[in-house]
Design a protein around this ligand. Sequence first.
Ligand code: BG6
Ligand code: MG
Length: 219
Amino acid sequence: MLNVKACIFDLDGVIVDTARHHFAAWQALANELVIPFTEEDNEQLKGVSRVDSLEYILRKGNLILDSATKLQLMDKKNALYLGLAESTTSVDVLEGVVPLMDEMADSKIQIGLGSSSKNARMILKKLDLIHRFDTIVDGNNITLSKPDPEVFLKAAKAMDVSPEHCLVFEDAQSGIEAAKTGGFPVVGVGSGLETAHASFESLNGLSLEGIIGKLDFSQ
Ligand code: BG6
Ligand code: MG
């Protein structure tokens, strides 16, 4: 059985359902720019930084803009996102997350955050979870967004645990790729995440031991 010394959680889509707010905000912006933006596009953007997400949308619309306009658009998207996420509270923590974190704390397993979002600390405060984290690495601390493993490597280093003893929880294809490239065991949360070492529709009702028992490193 894998000896897990730390766990690293992604935020959007794993701890809280804010992924839908990112989607709605990008969709509103894309509408204004008259660029089609579908749920399939959004799948590609999960885990991807704000700037890389905007570049994706602009590429899709064959739109070339100067950097000042791009900054304005990113500010606009973020304002839309913040408006949608405004009412987030601790009741929005996805089912299964708190019991898992309790189990980790009881077993002296460190807890880290590895998120591409610059809003991560603000959201964790709203969820009343921030005190549970031994380290938080977010969009403000990285230069390369997922699928680059930087965010997870920084979190593991901050906890002084090597990647193979650090279990990552991810809902995004880019995040699973990032974890695997960094040498981390990774659990997919959601559907269509078969490339993860184990995947579950939701964390509800799962124990850490049960999750570890399902890890399959044959791929
Ligand atoms: C990731 C989300 O967690 O953070 C992406 O999955 C989002 O959808 C990215 O684009 C950056 O977020 P923010 O809050 O810095 O714009
Ligand atoms: Mg996510």
